[in-house]
Design a binder for this molecule. Sequence first.
Ligand code: ATR
Length: 268
Amino acid sequence: MDQYLVFGNPIKQSRSPIIHQLFANQTQQQLNYQSKYVELNEFSATIARCIKTGVKGANVTVPFKEEAMALCNQLTERAQLAGAVNTLSFVNGEIWGDNTDGQGLVQDLLNNNVELKNSRILLLGAGGAAKGVILPLLAQLPAAIVIANRTIAKAESLITKFNNEKLSSCGFTDLNDEKFDLIINATSASLSGNIPPISNELVANTLCYDMVYGKELTPFLKWAKEHGAIKVIDGLGMLVGQAAESFRVWRNVLPEITPVLNILRKEG
Ligand code: ATR
């Protein structure tokens, strides 16, 4: 049976094995998918072993996404621009790298009937999570994507890599009287219980998305809801979406996201 793995450190919490098992059942594909904890200095040796033992592909999560990219013989454009890889395919002894995170986000937004074409998008954060979603968001032809970050220089340097006139950058306090259709939180602030310091008015009547998810609403989404956001969406759908896109890369079949997302939400 074809073997796939997900590597991370930590990895216990990973929901990828159950997601890929559900995709395999749904599309009647025969495959085995397991999570594997990798010591910090063992990543490249682990990948070499995968190739030797005939593993077909792997997902890569924190903290190995950049290291994975460096090992690849071929990269997709979206992986190059993301500067990180979450999907590896082992083909004839070579390592092909892709990044499906951004497509996962876009797919989840479209599944939630979010109109991206001609929309004004505010992307909060300029780290790895933000970088990975810019190209797939641009492909949806929004009117503008403004990238706001605590460290303005990081947002500025990020947009120069894309060379696209729809992108602009600023600090959180420069945003005061602008209006957006969609605000995406790509900062890691939620993980420490914080929210990016943007004004209350920005979220009123606006759709708010947090790439992070949890059993309860994330601090950003809770705050956005309290201040009149039209709708709030957490990143669980993005997780399932990126997995679906990895599955497509490997198996050439795009599984349906919604039934799997419904099962995960029920499980809590
Ligand atoms: P990730 O891969 O999750 O994006 P990262 O590359 O370390 O992680 O980036 C974290 C992002 O969250 C950055 O944009 C960071 O802002 P800075 O560039 O100014 O460091 C942002 N961030 C983290 N904690 C934050 C907080 N409490 N408030 C606002 N932004 C925060």
